[in-house]
Design a protein around this ligand. Sequence first.
Ligand SMILES: C[S@@+](CC[C@H](N)C(=O)[O-])C[C@H]1O[C@@H](n2cnc3c(N)ncnc32)[C@H](O)[C@@H]1O
Length: 269
Amino acid sequence: MANQALKEEVARYWNKASCGTEYTDKSKYSAEYFNDIENLRYRIEPEIFSFAQFTRFRNKKVLEVGVGAGTDFTQWLRAGALAYGIDLTQEAIDNVTNRLDLENLKPQDLQVADAEQIPYQDNFFDLVYSWGVIHHSPNTVRCLEEIIRVTKPNGTIKLMIYNRHSLFAFYRYICTVLSKGNPFQSFKSVLYNHQESIGTKAYTLKEIRMLLKKYPVEIKHMKASVTNHDLLYYKSHLYQRAAYTIASLLGWNHVGWFMTIELNKKSNA
Ligand SMILES: C[S@@+](CC[C@H](N)C(=O)[O-])C[C@H]1O[C@@H](n2cnc3c(N)ncnc32)[C@H](O)[C@@H]1O
């Protein structure tokens, strides 16, 4: 599928429901609706706090790329950051706007925009943060280049992208092969066709290390710790024990679904 057509499909998918909003039955945009989304998010993905370190960016210019329902974006503002946010969909921007209004929080800017063409000037942000977004965009490398461009020299970039060599990717593969009866699909094609919006990609730690060598960034942190998704939190205790054992054998910091990457943009960039 051509890039533009694929991007329209991605936007159509996320415009139906922003990430996490499908898990609440409360009235849309009510305080209870946002509380449900926030509680569930941080119960399942508690690693977000130690990775994002929201409170370290008070009075700093922070851009969040792909705000979704705005749960993390709200944390930046609560922590006193000068927060800017973009998302490909109006649905996300509407969610975030309503959410911020409830808490009387004011972003510096919040707009529908494409991570492949970030609408801000070069060398502008102290931090660019993006959790689970750029692997959904047809040109993920272009998103990365844009993120590096708008980050200040010596500034920080924090990204989460999916890890193809993870327990979760393996389970998705097994489930898809069993349900579709086609064992001749690759991990890549299963994730591309069956993981959230069409065109989803997942990378290995090695692929990302190779890619980053081309850019003026230094890797401060990069790992793929095992998450609740890898430990099958939604399955029975027996499955969870099995997943726990496999994670112990394969390595807790390598086979997780979330690859977390912290980069420093070089000062001479
Ligand atoms: C899995 S959700 C993650 C949202 C949020 N970061 C979170 O963790 O809940 C993916 C989001 O990425 C957005 N997205 C996908 N491609 C994008 C692009 N090219 N530019 C901006 N946002 C994009 C989607 O609209 C969607 O809101």
